[in-house]
Design a protein around this ligand. Structure first.
Ligand code: ATP
Length: 250
């Protein structure tokens, strides 16, 4: 059997007296889209930080491509595309400079794909990052995260605060990416409707604990009531006792 892309075993993380992750175990084989869902503060970003090697496991272990991301950050990060909620791109750069700057780090950078994305995202080469709208910045971040064809794409709340058109575009881009051979996507969100559109596998996290982790199809089947398949939102509420997103989350 091939090694899982992400393998987390019994990971616990405390910040002072607060337990952000509580004995989390996950195994994510290659070639699928994994949705990580939970309310704000559930522990999604903390888990992603461990996957990226930004936090060291206090107890338990994290292996990405079979490697320890803290001990081998270059070996791991060179194979991961990452887009965060904050999406902190250098504001003073122009779009074309950002593309040239980013491609220099990655031998597998795909110029044609980057240009396709730039055009379909309608990003002007001469536009300064700091002058882009929030939605355009998200598109620029997505362009960079996708253009070196990473083996693992990690998106932490990529659509947070964006309008529905940009969200749909981002989701479309995710699907196009995984359509490429054998790529894996980890996508965190509190907007379950979106996760439902793209994920093959869903992991629900609540107050640092995994409450459900299975293929979307099997989750739907096992929650069927009188022949009706509930939405992922309804399933989340049934499991966790409250919705992942509040009205104000948009
Ligand atoms: P959000 O969508 O709001 O980012 P999340 O599911 O990603 O939520 P985390 O950011 O992982 O949640 O936070 C999990 C818990 O750990 C929260 O209670 C948060 O306040 C706490 N936490 C996270 N990072 C730190 C830190 N550096 N110091 C102290 N507490 C932290």
């Amino acid at each position: 059997m091939t090694e899982p892309v992400i393998s987390v075993t019994d990971l616990t993380r405390r910040f002072g007296r607060m337990t952000a992750l509580d004995s989390v175990s996950l195994s994510m084989p290659r070639g699928a889209v994994y949705g990580l869902v939970g309310a704000n503060g559930a522990g999604k970003t903390t888990l992603i930080k461990h996957i990226l090697g930004l936090l060291r496991a206090q107890s338990g272990s994290v292996r990405i491509f079979g490697l320890d991301p803290v001990a081998d950050p270059v070996g791991v990060l060179s194979r991961i595309g990452y887009l965060s909620e904050e999406n902190d791109l250098p504001g003073w750069m122009r779009v074309d400079e950002l593309i040239r700057y980013s491609r220099a780090f990655y031998p597998a950078w795909d110029d044609d794909y980057a240009e396709d994305l730039r055009q379909s995202f309608a990003l002007e080469p001469a536009a300064r990052i700091e002058n882009l709208s929030k939605g355009q910045k998200a598109r620029a971040g997505m362009l960079i995260a996708l253009s070196y064809r990473p083996e693992l794409l990690v998106l932490d709340e990529p659509s947070s605060g964006l309008d529905p058109i940009v969200r749909r575009e981002i989701i479309g881009a995710i699907i196009r990416t995984i359509a490429g051979e054998g790529r894996t996507v980890l996508f965190s969100s509190h907007l379950l409707e979106e996760v439902e559109q793209v994920a093959d596998h869903v992991t629900m996290i609540d107050r640092g604990k995994i409450v459900l982790s299975a293929s979307l199809d099997s989750i739907r089947e096992s929650h069927r009531v009188d022949g009706r398949v509930p939405s992922l939102d309804e399933i989340f509420v049934a499991r966790v006792g409250m919705p992942a997103a509040t009205e104000s989350d948009g």
